[in-house]
Design a binder for this molecule. Structure first.
Ligand code: PMP
Length: 500
């Protein structure tokens, strides 16, 4: 394949294998296959493309038909990309306890996300997807049973691994399992083409589904009919749902698994952090867990052993999870010390104002032209737009006001003085000068209701809290949603909140 692609889907797969240099014991060749290099940052982009293209070929998926799937996130994000590119509407069901950045990503890509109660676990979100698919006639991907999932891994992931290790013996391949698609698809090819490679499967130590050797209750169509008795909630999002999937069971029954390794949640988190800080490899929790398994093997393996670990996704997907629990948003004591080690730009001491560059035009040098005066007069008398906000496109205070108006359904006109529309002859600057002369106020935003000046962001917020702003709206016959209860100050970005 060349370096110019016809569409984003052609960039799925062909992920790099990277040597682990600092974490690995000397003499052992430890490698990671970085699935974060897929376009949406996870191994599930492969499954999404594989399942959709298989359904297109078989006719199970018709042009324009809605696609639905139950997913902990990565599959949904991959599907959202594939469906966006191919033009299928997508509905995803997801338990509410998976990280919120995943939901927002799917919605950003145009998918609908239907949450299910955390107490109903993975099998609850699955049952909801079945229910919706059956009653609406949607195409259900069935990632946990669909052979197209494993087939795509056999055709792509497995082939890539064989190619990348064609000149050397691969002693161990380490993975976990969610759907089992990676496991079944890759392991069966390795068993045939590279029989010397041991297949190591990791699972959470507190939730040993395979390790318990207890059978999974299953219906005739292959779907689980109840939670597995050994399932316990665990930290490795994307691994080990509360059932053993059909694809995973197939892999176990075909004796593709040479060894099971239980992994502690704390070990998974620590290894993910170690990969980031000592190798510069930014990955998720299951990636940390898989590498923790790889490191266990590496520590007892003879020199010259070659190990490959699958790292399923990027760490960016876990900002709101325990992986980032210890990562500060505010400056740490050490960082404050660095800040204080030089005199300028500190929070505990105001910075001396820098001298203004001589040639830069200041607002005072810009005059209110007659055209600008007229614009202002017209805007303030406009009966069709009683609420007017003079704003700047980039301004965070303006955005906070926009959020308040949107939440309360308050119709308003925004005059964005820095937008391209007001750039000619610096009309925006002239209007601002006219505004300053009119109100005596130099800051932006400035808000008017029925031609009367209310003030800037905080004045509107204070009036909103006291009810005075709502009274102004009523006096000007502006209809809005009276029932919204919001503290407007909570709409400011956190860096604008008063510092404690
Ligand atoms: N890690 C993560 C983060 C995942 O999202 C998944 C898939 N749910 C896996 C690992 C497991 O991959 P597979 O479904 O192919 O078993």
């Amino acid at each position: 394949m060349g370096t110019r692609y016809n569409n984003i889907l052609e960039t799925v797969g062909h992920t790099p294998v990277v040597r682990i240099n600092h974490l690995a014991p000397p003499g052992v060749n430890l490698y990671a296959k970085l699935e974060a290099f897929n376009p949406m940052g996870s191994i599930k982009d492969r499954l999404a493309l594989g399942v959709i293209e298989d359904a297109e070929r078989s006719g199970a998926l018709k042009p324009g038909q809605t696609v639905i799937e139950a997913t902990s996130g990565n599959t949904g994000i991959g599907l959202a990309m594939v469906c966006a590119q191919k033009g299928y509407p997508l509905v995803v069901t997801m338990a509410e306890n998976f990280s919120v950045e995943r939901r927002r990503m799917m919605r950003f890509l145009g998918a609908k996300v239907i949450l299910t109660p955390a107490s109903d676990k993975g099998s609850g979100m699955l049952a909801k997807a079945v229910e919706l698919a059956e009653s609406h006639g949607w195409f259900l991907c069935r990632q946990f049973e669909n052979e197209a999932n494993a087939d795509f891994h056999s055709r792509t992931t497995a082939v890539e691994i064989l190619d990348d290790f064609s000149d050397t013996r691969l002693d161990y391949w380490v993975t976990g399992f969610g759907t089992g698609g990676t496991l079944k698809g890759v392991a069966r090819v390795l068993k045939e083409k590279s029989p010397e490679t041991h297949i190591i499967v990791c699972e959470p130590d507190n939730s040993p589904l395979l390790g318990s050797h207890q059978p999974q209750p299953r219906s005739a169509n292959g779907m689980p009919s109840a939670s597995h008795p050994s399932f316990r909630p665990h930290l490795m999002q994307g691994w080990t749902p509360d059932f053993i999937s059909k694809l995973t069971e197939d892999a176990a029954n075909a004796e593709l698994i040479d060894e099971l390794r239980p992994i502690a949640g704390s070990d998974a988190l620590q290894t993910s952090l170690d990969l980031a800080r000592r190798e510069g490899i930014f990955c998720g929790i299951t990636a940390g867990a898989t590498m923790a398994g790889g490191l266990q093997i590496a520590r007892s393996a003879p020199p010259g052993t070659t190990i490959l670990c699958m790292l399923p996704d990027t760490g960016e997907r876990y900002l709101s999870t325990p992986l980032f629990a210890e990562i500060e948003t505010e400056m740490t004591t050490e960082e404050i010390e660095i800040s204080r080690s030089t005199p300028g730009y500190r929070f505990d001491k105001p910075t001396a104002p820098a001298p203004a560059p001589a040639a830069a035009p200041t607002p005072a040098t810009i005059k209110a032209t007659p055209q600008a005066e007229q614009f202002l007069a017209d805007a303030l008398q406009d009966k069709n737009n009683p609420v007017v906000m003079f704003a700047l496109e980039w301004c965070e205070f303006c955005w906070s006001l926009r959020k308040l108006f949107k939440q309360c359904n308050i119709p308003y006109r925004s005059v964005d003085l820095d937008s391209a529309q007001y750039q000619q002859d610096n009309l925006g600057g002239s209007i601002r000068a006219a505004l300053n002369a009119h109100t005596g106020c130099v800051t932006i935003p400035q808000i008017f209701v029925g031609g009367e000046f209310v003030g800037g962001c905080t004045e509107v917020f204070d009036e909103f809290k006291s009810g005075r702003f709502q009274q102004r709206l009523e006096d000007s016959s502006v209809s809005f949603d009276h029932d919204v209860s919001v503290d407007p100050y909570s709409l400011l970005p956190t860096w604008l909140h008063p510092r404690k």
